[in-house]
Design a protein around this ligand. Sequence first.
Ligand code: HEM
Length: 346
Amino acid sequence: MTSTIQNTTPTTPDDADLVAGFPFPFLEDRYRYSTNVEPAEQPVTTPAGQWGTAIVDIDSEYRAEIDQRAAILAADPTRHAVLPHMVPATWDAMFTLMRELDAAYPEQMQLRSTGPDEWLWRNDILGIEQHFRYGDATTLPDEPLRYITSQVQEDIALLDQRNGQLFVDAGVVTFAADWSFGFDVGMSFLEIHGPVPRVRREGVITRAHEFLKRLQPHQPYRRSNWTLTIDRRLDVSTEIYPEWGPDREAILLVDDAEFGRRVHLRVEVQHLIRLPDSGAVMFLIRTYLLPLELLATVDPWRRRAAEVLAELPEDMADYKGIIKYRDRAARWLRNAARQSAPTGPG
Ligand code: HEM
């Protein structure tokens, strides 16, 4: 699979690109939690375009998002952690991602062998040319996981498998949706999902855990998750809650035009990959944000998102942090019918 990257240095979001590549998450008019994993093989065609062509997705927000990540890491080092036993997995993760980038974007990204365990990595978008020896930390400017997350839009968590359980023991996570990587690091997969309503009763997380423990190398899987976020704000982590939490009430005071501009459907495309050398599980989280005013330009998305938001049970809306404004979001989408251009059945 190959793609060409266009327009990699925008100062404002490229609306057409954001809509065309948006991974609209709702398969029906009602949303419930499920162990929604599928092989990451086929791109998904939507009424607006396509997503899922590559495991690592580069779009017109590339530079803006990696600049944000660098600023967040500089301000808060707890967004990056590697427990000592995870060092081999960080090399495995970096190398796997370089291979993926090379395969998906060969004109801009290249990984070439230059000798036994010696490699040349080129990222022409960022003007990087780096010789390194696999496993030799002195040959890279940074810790391998941090090095590669400074060149992809994805957040990354690495899970160690031991004693029949998975543990989140390394990662670089700067765009967490209402959770804290620094708090969760070292915790088990089952502990981390403790706060999610319904899932224990319904067996969603125990099934996911069994599935992940059986995951094989070279068989990547993907799933999606979603919420709403006020403004184009990737970092809505627990750490900086005071900066974004109050917006959830303040948004009720704005007029309709501002509401449609500021409320975004936030979708995470998550990839699950068993790393071939270390055996760790790599969890990639790529976050997409689309304001309701752009979502409403695709009529099947507008209609379906309105239904899902209106029907979502209270406990799920509460957990997602959208309980105060989801009814208004549903109404806004229903009322936007007159402005949106029909694009056929979804
Ligand atoms: C939250 C399922 C993999 C970390 C959630 C939620 C669900 C879920 C249903 C609630 C989301 C919401 O309402 O917005 C799954 C399934 C997985 C999976 C089915 C795999 C098949 C992972 C992995 C990690 C992870 C590998 C590793 C970091 C989290 C975290 C939260 C979460 C941190 C937020 C928990 C909180 O409120 O503190 N997950 N997940 N998930 N998941 Fe997963």
